[in-house]
Design a protein around this ligand. Structure first.
Ligand code: HGY
Ligand code: MN
Ligand code: MN
Length: 423
């Protein structure tokens, strides 16, 4: 095993075709006819890709362990095991209309880094740790990025284990159902630094012809559960002016949310991604609706202002239409700056590889945004086609995935051979 140091490893490259083959090999777990992936967290499909991941890590010489929320940690020893490991990874769970790259690229490029170092017989000073975080997407269980949030101390393990999905199944029950409720206490494992490779999920890098996004931080996120209470009544006999129609109330509220986001633009966004009429019937005026709202902006003060305006709009619409429109905030993630030392390591790696790059703020939430609350962290972005993600048509190029893996490799080598202690 030869010692790694920047002079001996700056020419080391990952195997882009092996990474590409691995991305497509694992896409079969929850693969959809339209070429996407539907692999909700802790589903049977998630269980199968986790099994695959454990076997692939062990075949690469890594030791795999699982914590109480199912997060998988694959450890590669370094020369000095007293040093905290340099960690990298992302998530393998997807949205219902997920693509092949969201989260998956960060985990499998991390595996490619481990495979490349094994092939080259290189040993780093600090140990390395590849991580598959449970439930980054937040689609089945809210909030998003829940396991990395628990690792960072934002939630207790018991709080997360008790979270329920739409069918009333708890995280604990879902972990047990796939056999991934591990023995390691969440957060007991130290990490020296964390780097996450991810597709941008937006249009900027592609539009500017940049291969690498050097991510400086993540924007703030607020999630709400909402209800609209009106009055069920006969669709044929209730005159329009006498109706208390919950769906019309929600429709007006959705347009108000769009207006508020546009008014605070260009970064502010607001999305009602879930809405359901309770006891729906084609010949009954809708009386009750449950919905969710996702609101984001890079500025904390703007999130506050948007929430106040949304609540004002809800009250005004409710008053005028004789409805009760209630918003409950269930999650707030403040905007996150990444550690300048890690951001610089990413930038130096991209520069050393001669890759066109630009600094960027992440519009999407990521596990690295939670890790940043506890350890030095940063991210690497690569473009995705038309900036599309959370859609089965999500796509990236083999060359960009390979470039991202090389930046990850070179960043990890820099961090693993320099003493970095948690902030
Ligand atoms: O919601 C997000 O930003 C991430 O995709 N979970
Ligand atoms: Mn993701
Ligand atoms: Mn996602």
């Amino acid at each position: 095993m030869s010692e790694s140091n920047p002079s001996s490893t700056h020419n080391l490259r990952s195997d882009g075709s092996r990474l590409w083959a691995t991305i497509h090999e694992t896409a079969r777990f929850g693969g959809t006819p339209k070429g996407g992936i539907n692999r909700l967290t802790l589903s049977p499909e998630d269980g199968r890709v986790r099994d695959w991941f454990r076997e692939a890590c062990e075949a690469a010489g890594l030791t795999v362990s699982v914590d109480a929320l199912g997060t998988q940690y694959a450890l590669r020893p370094g020369r000095d095991m007293s040093l905290p490991p340099v960690a990298f990874g992302s998530h393998l769970d997807t949205q219902p209309t997920g693509g092949k790259f969201d989260g998956v690229l960060g985990v499998l490029a991390g595996l490619e880094v481990m495979r490349t170092l094994a092939d080259a017989g290189i040993e780093t000073q600090a140990p390395l740790l590849l991580v598959n975080w449970t439930n980054e997407e937040g689609s089945r269980f809210a909030p998003a990025m829940m396991a990395s949030a628990a690792y960072a101390g934002e939630f207790t393990t018991d709080e997360i284990l008790a979270k329920r999905d739409g069918a009333g199944v708890t995280v604990a029950e879902a972990l047990d159902a796939i056999g991934y409720r591990g023995g390691e206490a969440v957060g007991e494992r130290t990490i020296g630094a964390f780097v996450e490779l991810h597709i941008e999920q937006g249009p900027i890098l592609e539009a500017e012809g940049k291969t690498i996004g050097v991510v400086e931080g993540g924007q703030g996120i607020a999630w709400f559960d909402g209800t609209v209470e009106g009055f069920e009544s006969h669709a044929g006999t209730t005159p329009m002016p006498r109706r208390r129609d919950a769906l019309l109330g929600l429709s007006e509220f959705a347009l108000a949310a769009e207006r508020i986001a546009l008014a605070h633009g260009p970064s502010a966004v607001a999305t009602i991604g879930e809405a359901g009429i309770l006891a729906p019937s084609r010949n009954v005026v809708p009386g009750r609706i449950a919905f969710s709202l996702d609101m984001r902006d890079p500025r904390s003060g703007t999130l506050d202002a948007m929430e106040a305006e949304l609540r004002q709009a809800a009250a005004e619409i409710g008053e005028r239409r004789h409805l009760s429109l209630v918003l409950e905030r269930i999650w707030r993630k403040e905007p996150v700056p990444f550690d300048p030392r890690i951001v610089s390591a990413v930038e130096e790696a991209a520069e050393g590889l001669g890759l066109p790059r630009r600094r960027i703020i992440s519009g999407a939430g990521h596990d690295a945004c939670n890790l940043a609350g506890r350890v030095p962290a940063a991210m690497i972005f690569v473009p995705c086609k038309d900036g599309v993600s959370h859609n089965e048509s999500e796509s990236a190029t083999q060359a960009d995935c390979a470039a991202g893996a090389d930046v990850l490799l070179q960043t990890v080598l820099r961090l693993a051979d320099t003493r970095l202690t948690a902030a």
